[in-house]
Design a protein around this ligand. Structure first.
Ligand code: XIL
Length: 380
């Protein structure tokens, strides 16, 4: 990028992504590959991004997952990322630093420094925090994987983990993902790979919820999972679990739909129907980890204006589906899983180019950001 263009782009970003172009074109932008390299293509036109703050005027939490702690792209290292968070979002989730391995690296030793830094940052800037995550089969601590004991000892170990952590953050978090990914796509409990299910059985789930509520009376407690907007057996299993909890007074306040989804599926109708199943239970629905893959077939190596436009429409469709289906009182909010395309976990997961998020690897707002803003403005 030549220096003048670079300066223009930078100043446009700094003044808040207001329209810096004319007609229906945004600032002149080059195409970028995932690693931010300029590709050999003509300057081109993305549709205009005029939103200056996503959260402004939104009557629900608008969240983003942030890298923190020792991550090289931590918002405490990258001033630009931090500014994006402050400008556009009203809630943060920790992308990694509040997981089991990070908070509880060896038995009985808790490491709260990085998470406290994030929670304090949020409090000082008027952001709420969604805690992610108390009990999950993945990113457990090594000592947990090699723990050996009776069922009662496993229960003690897990409940102590939940108690210590939920107590530490009590009063400072809006909500927790209490249990993550306990079901499979066929609606059965995840057995393979889950030390919790294998050693405690399905009751680990309700025990985690009951223990979390005892430690923090006010945080909203969520069950969180992926493919809940696409897999019918999976959402039905979660609905059955919630009904059972409600019948037995096990606390649960909402279901988190991760929503790592594709450009074309699930359809808006399917997404709405699956949200509706949770709405009907009278608890909250939260989109906890939204990102939208645009290059699943691996046919593209750059974010073309056409792809950017389709992604804008898809973000619009998903956010509209949520706002149309979930009544205001049951909206837990919408969280985007990462700040820039370069940071997205999707890139590592599939090891191919993609652009799943709202900002490109140059920290510039994409049309997708406008898609979310438009959906909020049109449907609230
Ligand atoms: C991902 C993070 O984004 C990555 O940085 C990490 O390497 C693996 O975990 N479902 C979840 C999140 O609940 O915790 C995952 O986050 C993405 C899938």
């Amino acid at each position: 990028m030549n220096k003048i263009l670079k300066a223009l782009v930078t100043s446009c970003t700094l003044i808040g992504l207001v329209a810096c172009g004319s007609g229906n074109t945004n600032i002149p932008e080059a195409h970028y590959s995932n690693d931010g390299l300029q590709l050999d293509e003509p300057l081109t036109e993305y549709s205009q991004v005029t939103v200056t703050s996503l959260k402004e005027g939104a009557d629900l939490p608008i969240g983003v997952a942030v890298p923190a702690g020792g991550a090289s792209n931590s918002i405490f290292v990258s001033e630009e990322r931090k500014n994006i968070v402050l400008q556009h979002f009203s809630q943060v989730s920790a992308e990694n630093i509040m997981k089991m391995d990070a908070l509880h690296p060896s038995q009985g030793n808790f490491n709260f420094d990085a998470a406290d830094e994030l929670v304090n940052f949020a409090a000082n800037n008027g952001l709420s925090v969604h805690g992610h995550v108390l009990v999950w089969h993945s990113q457990t601590a090594g000592w947990m994987e090699s723990f050996s004991g009776s069922k009662v000892e496993w229960i003690d170990m897990m409940e102590n983990h939940v108690t210590q952590i939920a107590t530490h953050f009590s009063g400072r978090l809006q909500s927790w993902d209490v249990v993550n990914e306990a079901f499979l796509e066929n609606g059965e409990y995840r057995d393979d790979g889950s030390i919790w299910y294998q050693n405690i059985g399905a009751e680990f789930i309700e025990r985690a919820f009951t223990t979390a509520r005892s430690a923090d009376a006010n945080a909203e407690l969520y069950y969180n999972d992926y493919n809940l907007s696409s897999s019918e057996p999976k959402i039905d299993a979660v609905v059955a679990m919630v009904k059972d909890f409600q019948a037995r007074n096990i606390p649960i306040d909402g279901v988190g739909f991760q929503m790592h989804i594709g450009a074309d599926s699930p359809s808006a109708d399917t997404i709405k129907a699956h949200f509706q199943k949770v709405v009907d239970l009278g608890i909250k629905v939260k989109i906890t980890e939204l990102d939208i893959r645009m290059n699943a077939a691996n046919n593209d190596d750059a974010l073309t204006p056409d792809i950017a436009e389709r992604q804008k429409e898809r973000y619009y469709e998903v956010v509209s589906a949520y706002l149309e289906t979930v009544p205001a009182a049951q909206r837990g909010g919408i969280t985007i899983w990462g700040i820039t395309d370069a940071d997205s976990w999707i890139i590592n997961l599939y090891d191919q180019p993609d652009w799943p998020l709202l900002f490109n690897s140059e920290l510039e707002a994409k049309p997708a950001l406008q898609g979310v803003a438009d959906a909020i403005a049109d449907n609230q």
